[in-house]
Write a protein that binds this ligand. Structure first.
Ligand code: UDP
Length: 411
């Protein structure tokens, strides 16, 4: 089918967010255009590079749990002067694999949703375009971190760079991207968040929740990270049976078992314990507030649902800026100690009096106003244009290579 377009989305499973964003974009394409656009989501590192490079996702899980090592790795590689030559030398070892992936998928557009998927794929693409092994093809980066993101996200040779916030736009400019290369629609979140939710009462009924008790959603990213159990303990000590708490344990099995074993009934919190769920949008729609680590995906989703957000921790470096983002926009609070978290929740939902109820309503309004449910569709439409138009724009290195000086349509 000559009309069919192929889009290769390069991601890597370092944390759950990159894959989630890729799948959100894929779902938006499917919803609007059916099978006209074939979207391939590929872990280029794991599937198309030789050892030891293919163990990148595993090394990330190790590093990020040892915050000192992660800060060191992140800080050392953040300057362009370091990572550009570093990635060039890594590129020598992995170029063949990346080239094979390009051959296999024959993409009309390459999209990256990962910080380590700009420089090397772009270099390989440039070489192949100049040797005639590949037709001129656009490349887009979709930044899936929210604020303080790593500089490897930004390559001047990307046709377009989609950023979620002004903060990231600033970083893109600092890294030398032109203003017209940068587009800001928001973070791409699954289309299920874009549809208007059913009334809260109906949602609560279908989820087996109490219709009248205030409800707190407690999550720790895809891995169920953070002091979730202590937080449940403290919420119970503070609120007893006057509140219900939904705990989403993600892939953390043991946490789920321990929470299920807790006593229930009068004097105890009404607990709803889930593993990894596909319907977080429903749980968010049914609850009054969320306690979460500062994950970009979860924050963007909570904003779409108009929830005040209590941040209880963060992955070092790339999630650090998400805390001032929530505080400065006055859509929540930051507190790591479980007893104080319980006190904040008590004042937001039960004990704060009339003034606090008013402030809480305002937080809900501001949160909803910051949410970007349409971002995924806008990004998808712009990507569609980049896939349909063979090659309408390119960065300086590609331009030099082709002997043109920018923005000339393909012959
Ligand atoms: N998530 C989910 N089901 C679960 C737990 C998490 O769908 O049971 C999703 C959540 O909605 C969000 C993503 O996993 O989209 C987590 O991304 P985030 O950026 O918040 O944190 P990460 O896990 O990537 O560190």
């Amino acid at each position: 089918d000559a009309d069919k377009k192929r889009i290769l989305i390069g991601m890597s499973n370092t944390g759950g967010g990159h894959k989630a964003s890729a799948e959100a974009i894929q779902a938006a394409f499917q919803e609007r255009y059916g099978s006209k656009y074939e979207i391939y989501i590929v872990d280029l590192w794991k599937e198309h590079t030789p050892p030891p490079f293919n163990s990148l996702p595993d090394s990330y899980s190790f590093l990020v749990k040892n915050s000192f090592l992660w800060r060191l790795t992140y800080g050392l590689t953040n300057p362009r002067l370091i990572h550009v030559p570093y990635l060039s030398s890594v590129g020598c070892f992995v170029a063949r694999g990346v080239g094979e992936a390009l051959d296999k998928y024959q993409p009309d557009l390459v999209v990256s949703v990962h910080p380590l998927m700009q420089h090397i794929p772009l270099r390989v693409m440039r070489q192949r375009i100049s040797s005639g092994a590949m037709p001129p093809t656009n490349f887009a980066t979709v930044v899936t971190d929210f604020t303080t993101c790593h500089n490897t996200w930004f390559s001047r040779d990307a046709t377009r760079c989609f950023v979620p916030t002004d903060f990231c736009r600033g970083l893109a400019l600092e890294n030398g991207l032109e203003a017209e290369q940068i587009i800001m629609h928001g973070l791409p979140i699954r289309p299920s968040f874009s549809r208007p939710p059913p009334p809260r009462a109906a949602l609560r009924r279908s989820l087996g929740m109490s219709p009248c008790l205030p409800a707190v959603l407690l999550v720790g990213g895809g891995e169920g990270m953070g002091a979730l159990e202590d937080t449940v303990e403290q919420l119970e000590a503070r609120l007893g049976d006057k509140c219900q708490v939904v705990v989403i344990c993600g892939r953390n099995r043991r946490l789920q078992e321990r929470l299920r074993a807790r006593p229930q009934g009068p004097g105890h919190l009404l607990l709803h314990v889930c593993g990894f769920v596909d319907n977080i949008h429903e749980w968010m729609g049914a609850c009054d507030t969320i306690i979460t680590k500062a994950g970009p995906g979860t924050i963007a989703e909570a904003l779409i649902c108009g929830l005040p957000i209590l941040l209880n921790g963060n992955v070092p470096c790339q999630e650090e800026g998400n805390i001032p983002y929530v505080l400065e926009n006055r859509v929540g609070a930051f507190e790591t100690r479980p007893d104080r978290i319980a006190a904040i929740i008590a004042s937001w939902l039960l004990e704060g009096g009339r003034e606090m109820r008013q402030q809480f309503e305002e937080m809900k309004r501001r949160s909803k106003a910051l949410g970007r449910p349409e971002a995924v569709y806008r990004i998808m439409e712009d990507l569609k244009a980049l896939a349909d138009e063979p090659f309408f724009d390119f960065g300086p290195a590609t331009a030099a290579l082709l002997g043109r000086n920018g923005k000339t349509p393909a012959a």
